[in-house]
Each structure stands twice: as structure tokens, then as C-alpha cells.
Design a protein around this ligand. Sequence first.
Ligand code: UGA
Length: 440
Amino acid sequence: MKIAVAGTGYVGLVTGVCLAEHGHTVTCVDVDEQKIEQLRQGQTPIYEKDLPELLVRNRERLTFTTDCAAGYRDAQVIFIGVGTPEKRDGSANLKYVYAVAGQIAETAERDCVVVVKSTVPIGTNDKLEEFLQARQTHPVRLEVASNPEFLSQGTAVRDTLHPSRIVIGAESPEAAEVLRQVYQGFDAPLVVTNRRSAEMIKYASNDFLALKISYINEIANLCELVGADIEDVAAGMGYDERIGGRFLHAGIGYGGSCFPKDTKALHWLANFHDYEMKTVKAAIEVNDHQKLRLIKKSRKYYRDLKGLTVAVLGLTFKPGTDDLREAPSLVNIPILQDEECRIQAWDPVGMEKFRALYPDGIAYCDSPEAALAGADLCLIFTEWPQVKALAPETFRRQMRRAIVLDGRNCYEPEAFAGSGVVYDSVGRGTVGEDSGMCQR
Ligand code: UGA
């Protein structure tokens, strides 16, 4: 099929490339000249596993352009995969979605289904169709369908090629049929519903996962107080298929471009309808507190953080991505800076973006070992494999005072017994507290 995709971010680009992999002819449209040029040269502007190979392999079926008319004019299907960032009040900002819709209305010269992949508030697809039909300049049938995406950064290609489900929200059998054809080669259950339910499935799924994380984080915090071990507790819970073992990893809270934004957006939407989503509100509050957990804990070991050398391992919101959006590092590093700490940071792929935000006052290191050198405190924000591979001995050898606060439970606490390292993780007991190394 002849498909256009608006937006070459995580959602748009991965969708476009994966649809090309399935034999469709795809034109990816973006306003960013630089990105498009990079893509034309076979380079991906985002760090995402398997994407570069797929991009090269499908180059015959892929076109990249800033000329929206060229993309939309004769497309049978146009996917909208642009961002829906958070507004100051927590609601979703739809200006990019509407900007694309305006261009489609102006340029589409063939009957086509406009498919919204971006996460949008319930009812947006209906409004978008009215908007398109009121502005279209050619006498063609423009219909809107919802097709939320469920990819995770870091595994985006795999998630798109092997989705857990494909949700199609359409108001006419014809539009649903077009999407069925798009996904003909995919092996996944199809959920065909109306547009509003499809929009809700996306929010309800993301917010449920966010809630699951906040719940396990609260249980972890309580485990610390009562002497239980969160890893054992989560494992014991996860065997129950009604609960499931995934997304039960306690840590310093969820980040990224989706959970923080989508929880706030649903909460906002409920409020707008005079209803309070108490569970979602709690998930947001717990997460805000959780992100500060390590800083709070560090005061257990140092009354005053002023002037300490602090090693920060991991800057991105999770491993496998260079994305910093809503990452715990962004909340914690400014606090360390206020305390006039000497910050030695390491991240395998996130440092360039972080340096663009914080060019001064942080020593960006080539290796975890270099970040640890002479440090009084180590804060772990991202569970990169290189961090997980560090031995207790490395912390002891490299650091001035080996106090390790692990926000991602990267190690077995027992490994630190007798190591001379104080190891304090989330929801588990602290090891090595009696080593006499802490300045209380
Ligand atoms: C999330 C969802 O997982 C996807 O299904 C969804 O399609 C996507 O949002 C989206 O809406 O576009 P993503 O934000 O890429 O994907 O990353 P996740 O793997 O879900 O992780 C989000 C955050 O939760 C990370 O900071 C991660 O460290 C944290 N997390 C995750 C935990 O703290 N504990 C867990 O058990 C799992």
C-alpha cells in the first residue's frame, strides 16, 4: 500500500520503517530538514536497536521528505505520529497533530484514512475528522481512525514488528478494513472498536503500568521499614498470573516521554469531566517522591552534601535509549549542583544530550570507573549493562568513600557483604552500614 507517516520521532519513524519492512511503500514526512537529510543518508536521528539495519534494508521502499504535499497527495493511508507533549496544566498539547491535519486537508488528493498513532485525549479523533472535512481542498473522502502504538523505547522495532495487540478504532467498516490490510502480514490479535475506546485503551494501558510501578515502589519503601526484601516480594507476587511479574521492578520511579505525560493527561481529562481519578493521582504523587529517594537517602550518610564528589551512573530514563525526558537524573543533578557537589557522570549514550542541557559544572566521564574515581557517593539512576557488570571491588577501589545508592537494584546485596562498600538499594536492607565508612 502507499502510506505516508507524519513525524520521524520514535513513533513515526519506527512505524514507517516497520511498515516498509512489511512491503508497503512509505513516505516519512517531517518539518525538520536536518533529520530528513540524516535519514536520506541512511542514518537514524534516534538511538534505537535494530533501526539502522532496517532503514538500510528497506531504503527502496522508503522516502524521506519535508515536502508534505509529496507525501500526502496520493497516499491511501496517512499515519500521524507526531508528539503530544504536556501543557503546563497537564493536558496534552495537540498543536502538532492539528498542524499535520491542516496540511493533510490541503494536500490530500485521494480518498484516504488518516490514522492517529499519537497518544491523544479521548474524543480527539472525532474532532480531527470534523477539522479535516471542514478544511479539505479536494473532493475526496477523508476518514480518521485511531491506532494507538504500544512500543517501548529500546525495543521499539521488536515491539512494532511483533506487537502484543493491534488496536483499531474506526467508525466505518471501510476504514477498519483499510487498517486490516495495512497490518495483514502481522501476527497479533486485532482489537477492532470505536475511536473513543481505542483512544482510551492507550491511556488506560499506560496509566495502569505507571500505577503498577508506583505501587511496587510504595511496597518497596515499606519493605525497607519493616525488613522485607522487595525483590523476593515482587517475585512472589509475579507468579500469580492475575498480577504478572513484569513492571514490578522497584526503583527511583518511572520517567520517559509517556508515563509521566499520559498519567497527567488522563488525570486532567477526568477533572475536566468533573471526575477525580484518585488512583492515577496517587501514581503521579508517589512517582514524584520516588525520584527524590536517593537524595533523601544520601542524607542518611552525609549530613551535608556540600562539596562532596558524587559519581552519577546513568542519565537516561532507562537503558537502551538516549532519551532523557523525565529522567530522574534531571531532577537530582540540579539538586547536587545546588549543594555544590562535584559531579562525575557517566552514561553510554545519554551524555551528549545531557551536556547540551548542562554544559558546565559536570565532569562527563569515559567509563563508570572514571566516574567513580575519588567519589564520596555513587548514585545509580539507570541500570545499563555496563553498570550491572561492576564488581563491589571496583566501587571500593575507585571511590574515596564507597557509599553506593542504587536506584535500580542492579546487584545482589549479598555480593557486597564484607566488601567494604556501603550498598543501599530500593526496598532491600542496607549492606555494610557498620563498616565505619559513613560520616553521620
Ligand atoms: C511506555 C510503555 O511501556 C509502552 O507500552 C508505550 O507504548 C510507551 O510508553 C508509549 O506510550 O509510547 P517507554 O516509556 O518507552 O514505554 O518505557 P518503559 O519500558 O515502559 O519504561 C518507562 C519507565 O518506567 C522507565 O523509567 C523505567 O525505568 C520505569 N520502570 C519500568 C520501572 O521503574 N519499573 C518497571 O518495572 C518497569
